[in-house]
Write a protein that binds this ligand. Structure first.
Ligand SMILES: Cc1ncc(COP(=O)(O)O)c(C=O)c1O
Length: 356
């Protein structure tokens, strides 16, 4: 008798492709919307100072009390309205399990691919509703789709990844008012632009906001995300949260990062300036079309095949994201340091001029 674990697996999971890490050594990495600057030295020193107080043999605080208080002060909500996750990815997983499983959920597409993947893992049917031509969203169309699908969850990213544009508070409020489904507004890039939705939390108990330390705070490697919602919704998700989901070191380090907010704000200004430099420079290149952005990355396309542009950039040691089937023909680049951003502009200029 042969043992085949795949056959024993839940049938609808069997054709999921495992996440394939791409390894492009020695490239300037502008493909994952990370913070390009080193983690601030003074914050790093403070983390080192506090390391001795982190009690490695004990399990972490399951409620992350200190970090939730720090986050609550940073975003201006009550600590009871905050839950932390091992990256916002983990919180997306919980949302799909709690509100998607066995039913439909609506995703405003194209967007961050983990929403689709976690829907599939949860056994939820993801109804992907395409954005309008300018990548905006129509609140009435979204509300109708939620109703038609009898969806219990709607996902909207603002600013949206990969398109970069943010949705206005008025549109988000119209969506929230139009449905009794949970509305997830993913604001992973809020520090770079877009409108903060926290003022709507007390008015709309169906609002869930996702935020992260992975982008603006340069802590992608420590996996710290958080969710803001009504106390009741937070308590409901605590039913399924893994007790020790966020390790003690990450809880401490994220708390320290918030103590150095002015230093990070300087980084954000620089990142935004670098982004604006890239936009201005590549808009002037022949055949390059650039889309407006409120985030730390830029969506663009050229009159060449996207795969070819990707390769030509890689040949010059620059790594950007080819969006493939998520948004065929388009590429996404995040703002690097000033030098990295200049290197990207030069490489793209070479790539598009080479074929002329
Ligand atoms: C819109 C959006 N949400 C969430 C995430 C994931 O964030 P985290 O690192 O906190 O899991 C990303 C990462 O690219 C993202 O683009």
């Amino acid at each position: 008798m042969t043992f085949n674990p795949t056959e024993l697996m839940r049938e609808d999971l069997q054709d999921i492709k495992p996440y394939q890490p791409h390894d492009y050594p020695d490239t300037i990495k502008l493909d994952a919307n990370e913070n390009p600057y080193p983690f601030p030295q003074e914050a790093l020193e403070e983390i080192k100072n506090r390391l001795e107080k982190v009690n490695f043999p004990l399990y972490p605080d399951p409620m992350a009390v200190e970090l939730r208080h720090s986050i609550s002060r940073y975003v201006g909500v009550r600590p009871e309205q905050v839950i932390v996750g091992n990256g916002s990815d983990e919180l997306i997983f919980y949302l799909a399990q709690a509100f998607g499983s066995g039913g439909n959920l609506v995703i405003s597409s194209p967007t961050f691919s983990m929403y689709r993947i976690h829907s599939q893992i949860a056994g939820a049917e993801a109804v992907e509703l395409p954005r309008e031509e300018d990548f905006g969203v129509n609140p009435r169309v979204l509300a109708k789709a939620v109703q038609a699908a009898k969806a219990r969850l709607l996902v909207l990213c603002s600013p949206n990844n990969p398109t970069g544009n943010a949705t206005s508070l008025e549109v988000i409020e119209e969506i929230l008012a139009s449905t009794n489904a949970v509305v997830v507004v993913d604001q992973a890039y809020l520090e770079f632009g877009g409108v903060d939705c926290t003022p709507l939390l007390d008015k709309y108990p169906n609002l869930v906001i996702l935020r992260t330390f992975s982008k603006a705070f340069g802590l992608a490697g420590l996996r710290v995300g958080y969710m803001l919602a009504s106390e009741q919704l937070i308590n409901d998700l605590l039913r399924i949260k893994q007790p020790y989901n966020l390790n003690s070191f990450s809880q401490m380090a994220a708390g320290v990062a918030l103590e150095y907010l002015p230093t990070f704000k300087e980084q954000w200004q620089q990142i935004i300036a670098n982004r604006d430099y890239i936009i201005k420079a590549i808009s002037q290149l022949p055949g390059v079309e650039v889309f407006p952005t409120d985030a730390n990355y830029i969506l663009f396309r050229t009159d060449m095949d996207a795969g070819e542009v990707h390769q030509k950039l890689l040949g010059q040691k620059i790594l950007v994201r080819n969006l493939g089937s998520d948004l065929a023909g388009y590429l996404r680049v995040n703002a690097g340091t000033k030098e990295e951003s200049e290197a990207f502009v030069k490489a793209l200029s070479n790539a598009v001029n080479e074929v002329k």
